[in-house]
Design a binder for this molecule. Structure first.
Ligand SMILES: C[S@@+](CC[C@H](N)C(=O)[O-])C[C@H]1O[C@@H](n2cnc3c(N)ncnc32)[C@H](O)[C@@H]1O
Length: 212
């Protein structure tokens, strides 16, 4: 049976791509993904569809073609964490669908800081709103995916505005896993004066958290 496989690529560097993901991509007939990912994979022997804000068109393509071709839809990080998977699921029947997991950018960031994420709140402000201020006192760590609007700087400014400065370590991971990766751990005040790459995640560490 032909399948649409949504494949998590991990944070970006192909060293973090799972062997099964590599195999599924190689065996697919059609590859769909954003330019950052299609370029990194540098696969030239198959039809490629660039994801570039054309989501509706691409979803209709999947709806019409899921039973005709083996299709790999590559996404950043993990398929289960704020990815295109949920949209694909609306257009492809479950029997023709498979998710291949990857390492999330936030999961990678926790590892780089030698921190565990089992008690962290992992959320996103990428293209959406989330009231992280309301959660700071309830967690030791809040991991956030960011975007060009909700940037590390704007998040740091919000923390300062609501009086969260002293007990907070503000971690920013830019271009994680790439050669120019940069990880900064500083105060919200220092972060509010920073200039960070649009491809960034944030971890708010609350040293004052008194819970478990
Ligand atoms: C649409 S979300 C996808 C998240 C993905 N499913 C995951 O598990 O990481 C895209 C956001 O993930 C984060 N991200 C993905 N790759 C990254 C990387 N290599 N370095 C820093 N942040 C990254 C950024 O916050 C980016 O805006």
């Amino acid at each position: 049976m032909k399948k649409v496989r949504v494949v998590g690529l991990g944070p970006g560097n192909l060293d973090y791509l799972l062997p099964i993901a590599k195999r599924v991509i190689e065996e697919s007939e059609i590859l769909i993904g954003g330019s950052r990912h299609l370029e990194a994979l540098s696969i030239n022997n198959k039809e490629k569809i660039l994801l570039d804000g054309n989501y509706k068109k691409v979803m209709e393509f999947l709806e019409y073609n899921y039973s005709k071709y083996d299709i790999a839809v590559v996404v950043s990080g993990d398929t289960g964490f704020y990815s295109l998977s949920s949209m694909v699921k609306k257009y492809v029947p479950i029997d023709n669908l498979e998710f291949i997991p990857g390492i999330s950018s936030l999961q990678y960031m926790f590892s780089k800081l030698c921190l565990t994420w089992d008690k962290a709140l992992m959320k996103s402000v990428h293209g959406r709103k989330f009231d992280y201020i309301d959660c700071i006192d309830k967690y030791s760590y809040i991991g956030l995916l960011t975007d060009k609007v909700s940037t590390p700087v704007s998040i740091a400014e919000e923390l300062i505005k609501y009086g969260y400065s002293d007990d907070i370590i503000f971690h920013v991971g830019e271009r994680l896993s790439y050669e120019d990766e940069l990880i900064t751990s500083c105060s919200p005040l220092q972060a509010s004066k920073g200039d960070f790459d649009p491809l960034s995640v944030v971890i708010i560490e609350n040293k004052g958290y008194k819970g478990e």
